[in-house]
Design a protein around this ligand. Structure first.
Ligand code: NBP
Length: 480
């Protein structure tokens, strides 16, 4: 055995991750179910590092130094189970299986428990940054035992993206913590992209700007607080022209967004945890609406003649800046909600996740990398048990400065018939949080009326029920 680490699953992600590992001077044993992928990798990129090509999983296991670390990078779900089941009898006590795919954290916990019975460690490793990140430095979120992380650390730290001399990888916690944090990362990515898409739609539909002009706006925004990989990429994509038709590329792409499921998982998980991640939820539903082509076409037929609303009369320069401020404020809300979910998940599963560290490792490598994350890191460094990011000085100022613009933009969107679900729901969340009294009081009263669900009072402790059906509607205390 001479390899430091083994990796099975050499499709797009696995192949690039293997090359990244080899380029950092670790001997890596590689394997794929279809051997062709293994031989192709070694033929094409063998000179990048020290690869040990293996034809079978047994060969792979035999090639790695003990305690072994075997990375599995296959299609999430059944394929992962199949590979893990095949690996288990080949391994020895103390060996480590690392699932680097996008698994659900509950599956990770299940696999961990199963492997524990065999004296094996199972690590759920979230890898963000897509194909390019896997090759040149992803953001890596590791979940599993301390022992397993110590074994993996030299490899993981060397292949991760680096920001300010800090590798973008961390042992975020035990159990499914790594895959959980990766899941919320993807949820935030949904919200971030939807906010960008709504901003683009507003600039185009309310101001009538062409995609190339919208690209100019995004490029300018990338020089300020909004500076991020996605904003930069938006400018680039909007400037791109379709080679075949000469039209703006964005106009030849079918407007039905796809989803592989991590956004949906995030929202489902948030519902279970009781965390209002409205930004992520609206972004997920917006993709879903876009894909409902039958409903969209039926509605277009019936409502074709309904007025779109009047295109709001706005000053171009003022409106562009208002959209920027609204985008930033909504983004603050979406991230604050995502971090709330991580905090709630950590508490629920007893994972003790350091939120500042999460912000730190998202600064590079991953899709949502942004300057903004430095501010989040600072906020959690100052106050690790922060109730909400929204109220820390920097973010509170951003929201206070932007709130008038935010309202103006939502009004202009509503008036112009442009759907901005994430802008408006983020604003609603902000307004709900800061409201002195919420109409939840009426909901409690109604629940007590139809279902005797009881209520609490603002003026004294205890739980009460009003006898609504009795003529005197007497209030009774139902406290023990
Ligand atoms: P895919 O998700 O397309 O999976 C293809 C790989 O799975 C191939 O190596 C294939 O082997 C193997 N495989 C399958 Br399918 N069924 C198998 C089985 N029963 N036994 C053994 N191997 C099996 O690859 P990917 O796009 O590289 O993604 C890998 C993982 O990384 C996924 O979990 C994905 O969610 C995650 N991820 C992807 C991205 C991204 O940007 N693509 C980003 C972050 C994370 P074969 O060659 O023999 O068919």
């Amino acid at each position: 055995a001479r390899a430091t680490i083994g990796l099975t699953g050499l499709a797009t992600m696995g192949r690039n991750l293997a090359r990244n590992i080899a380029r950092h001077d670790h001997t890596i044993a590689v394997h794929n179910r279809t051997t062709r992928r293994t031989t192709d990798l070694v033929e094409e990129f063998g000179d990048e590092g020290d690869f040990v090509a293996c034809e079978s999983l047994a060969d792979l296991v035999a090639a790695v130094e003990r305690p072994r670390a075997i990375v599995v990078m296959v299609k999430a779900g059944e394929a992962t189970d199949a590979v893990v089941d095949e690996l288990v009898p080949l391994l020895d006590e103390g060996d480590i299986v690392v699932d680097a795919g996008n698994a659900h954290h509950r599956d990770t916990v299940r696999r961990q428990e199963k492997l524990e019975e065999h004296g094996l460690h199972f690590v759920g490793m979230g890898v963000s940054g897509g194909e390019e990140g896997a090759l040149n430095g992803p953001s890596i979120m590791v979940g599993g035992s301390d022992h397993a992380y110590e074994r993996l650390r030299p490899v993981v730290e060397s292949i991760a993206a680096v920001v300010d001399d800090t590798p973008c990888c961390a042992h975020v916690g035990p159990g499914g913590a790594g895959h959980f944090v990766k899941m919320v990362h993807n949820g935030i990515e949904y919200a971030d992209m939807q906010l960008i898409a709504e901003s683009y739609d507003l600039l185009r539909s309310v101001l009538g700007l062409e995609p190339a002009a919208v690209a100019d706006v995004f490029e300018e925004w990338n020089g300020g607080d909004l500076e991020s990989f996605l904003i930069e990429m938006t400018a680039d994509v909007l400037r791109h022209t379709d080679a075949e038709t000469g039209k703006p590329f964005v106009d030849v792409v079918r407007d039905a967004a796809e989803q592989k499921g991590t956004g949906r998982w995030t929202v489902q998980d948030a519902l279970d945890l009781g965390v209002p991640v409205t930004g992520i939820a609206e972004a997920t539903f917006a993709r879903s609406i876009s894909g409902h082509t039958a409903q969209r076409s039926a509605a277009r037929k019936v409502f074709a003649t309904a007025p779109d609303g009047d295109r709001a009369e706005v000053d171009r320069e003022v409106f562009v800046d208002q959209v920027r401020a609204a985008l930033y404020a909504s983004k603050v809300v979406a991230y604050a909600q995502g971090f709330d979910q991580i905090a709630a998940g950590a508490e629920e599963h007893e994972w003790d996740i350091d939120l500042g560290e999460v912000a730190t490792i998202w600064r590079g490598g991953c899709i949502i990398r942004a300057q903004f994350l430095d501010r989040i890191r600072e906020a959690y460094e100052q106050e690790p048990d922060l109730t909400t990011l929204l109220t820390t000085d920097y973010f509170a100022d951003a929201v206070k400065d932007g709130v008038d613009a935010w309202r103006e933009v939502v009004v202009a969107a509503v008036r112009s018939g442009v759907p901005v679900p994430t802008f408006s729901s983020s604003l609603a969340y902000f307004d709900a949080l800061r409201r002195e009294r919420l109409p939840a009081a009426l909901i409690q009263a109604l629940r007590d009326d139809f279902g005797a669900h009881t209520y609490e009072r603002v003026d004294r402790d205890g739980t009460f029920h009003t006898q609504w059906a009795e003529p005197d509607r007497r209030e009774v205390s139902v406290t023990d």
